[in-house]
Write a protein that binds this ligand. Sequence first.
Ligand SMILES: [Zn+2]
Length: 78
Amino acid sequence: MSVPKKKRTRGSKKRRASHFGLKQQKTVLCKRCKRPKLPHVVCAFCGTYKDKEITKSKLDKKEEKKLKKEQAKQAEQS
Ligand SMILES: [Zn+2]
């Protein structure tokens, strides 16, 4: 088994550990919905990147679910 050659001082241990802390992630505001989002990433809320719609927005998904529920209710009634 390997054994450390020298004692690691408190100072050197702390100096090494000074980089262990988590840094806050940087965010930018979405141009369309003005919500904070990660830079260079599609906005999770409105699904746009550089003013282009890439994925469906959360609002659209909610509306789709509502429509499906309503259609299911109508199908049950008739
Ligand atoms: Zn957005």
